[in-house]
Design a protein around this ligand. Sequence first.
Ligand code: CTP
Ligand code: CA
Length: 225
Amino acid sequence: SLVNENESVLSGKKVIVTAGGTIERIDPVRYITNDSSGKMGFAIAKVAQEMGAEVHLIAANTSAEPPAGIMLERVQSAEDMYAAVLKQWETSDMVVMAAAVADYRPREIAQTKIKKKDSVFTLELVKNVDILESLGQSKKHQFLIGFAAETEHLETYAIDKLERKNCDLIAANDVTVNGAGFGVDTNAVQIYDRSGIVERIPVQSKEEVARKLLTIAAGRMGGVL
Ligand code: CTP
Ligand code: CA
């Protein structure tokens, strides 16, 4: 056939992709974030659109260039990201949580710049909402994909997260593997479902990883294929 089947497996589907590291404010000039570059989420958004999906990309702090021609909503904190995702949730068919959502945020955001004072400064942190877990609790027709970056016990931790957050698939990466850490253009992931390993994707470009992950997801979603 002249038509590449891969071009249309997500047509008619609305896909939300989150990317980057959330920014948790301390005061007007300071914040906490993490090393996420946003590259994996951006690659997923780009490839999902190539596969025919209507993509809504929600990105926090990123260092990578966002993909052209994709609806992009910028957010800062985990709470902002949660609100942005919830606005699209009911009408979406798939959510890919590639963002590195901060687990904790400062208990209070100081309204004015915190002044230097004592030799020891204690910043109190409180737990953020778990966006993926909350979606997992309220999901109906939506297909949910989580990510898990681990330094040990990859399979056990990944499947534990998948079950706890009621995901359909989880893409786990061992961040100790060369070419699979933060900020690089490549990744290597193991994809798991409830019953175990689905696919091992060795080190390759984040776009190729995205294509394989989304092809598996499309095949498991209702409707198409
Ligand atoms: N996630 C989320 N909201 C959070 C934390 C994580 O939606 N507050 C999502 C991430 O986007 C990712 C998945 O949950 O898709 C797993 O994130 P990860 O940080 O690996 O898991 P945690 O449950 O936070 O556990 P830990 O950091 O202790 O390993
Ligand atoms: Ca975490």
